[in-house]
Design a protein around this ligand. Sequence first.
Ligand code: SAM
Ligand code: 2KA
Ligand code: SF4
Ligand code: MG
Length: 254
Amino acid sequence: MPVNDSIPTTDQSDSEALPINELFYSLQGEGQLAGTPSVFVRTSGCNLRCWFCDSYHTSWEPVHAQWSLETIVSEIQSHPADHVVLTGGEPLIHTETVPLMERLTELGYHITVETNGTIYQEAPIDLLSISPKLSSSTPVAARDPAGNGEWADRHETQRIDIDTLATLLDAYEFQLKFVVTDADDLPEIERIVDRVRRATQTTVTDTDVLLMPEGTTRESIDERRNEVAQLAMDNGYRYTPRLHVDLWNDAPGT
Ligand SMILES: C[S@@+](CC[C@H](N)C(=O)[O-])C[C@H]1O[C@@H](n2cnc3c(N)ncnc32)[C@H](O)[C@@H]1O
Ligand SMILES: Nc1nc2[nH]cc(C(=O)O)c2c(=O)[nH]1
Ligand code: SF4
Ligand SMILES: [Mg+2]
């Protein structure tokens, strides 16, 4: 999934440039702000390797061009939205996202950051959409999309960092958005939420916890939607759709 070739790439000495995989205008498909017109800025590179990653070309096989802060901002301004979603890959591995968020805040944008919750950056973030990764995301050999389980140990070691999660919750408005593959994920979600509650100063209500069905196509979401909705009801958690998948299936740039 290459980036838009018509955008000039910057020279490598630009200290605020970012590796951009794609930038597009859509409706926020997930979480509390689902349905909100938003510009998505997708950085490339990730410290984890979920077997199901729906952004394969930012994690398993990164593809990107270096875009200057000015280019990113002017591309954002070309769309009729006042919400920006910074995602990836893992956007917070890049310190250059901080000046970008500062500039966007000066311009009056609402900023959501989609993150796996393993990295803290101090930045003007309006909603931190944290998606802590469960053991069912680990790329064991049988589920490895690119190799033979070489990433499994590293992913397993890094995917949950309770202290960082607590720091993030204390710093930002947040949602905790878990990708659910089946009912076996629920005990682990409860354990993580319980550990985070004990580590943070911030109140985490059950409706701050969102369950989202795993799946990148209408067919796969159809298979899980009702089971995940029922699990949300049974536990008092919130359900979130994947509205973009319902609307546009797996079309690029949506
Ligand atoms: C590609 S990730 C990028 C942000 C960050 N690395 C993270 O994982 O939160 C964006 C969102 O898509 C979710 N996601 C990725 N693959 C998915 C899949 N196959 N089914 C459902 N959600 C998925 C992630 O959990 C996260 O909430
Ligand atoms: N429409 C739409 N909504 C989204 N919400 C979070 C996304 C992401 O990939 O982070 C995403 C995405 O890729 N598309
Ligand atoms: S943490 Fe996010 S970007 Fe990284 S592999 Fe998992 S879903 Fe993909
Ligand atoms: Mg996505």
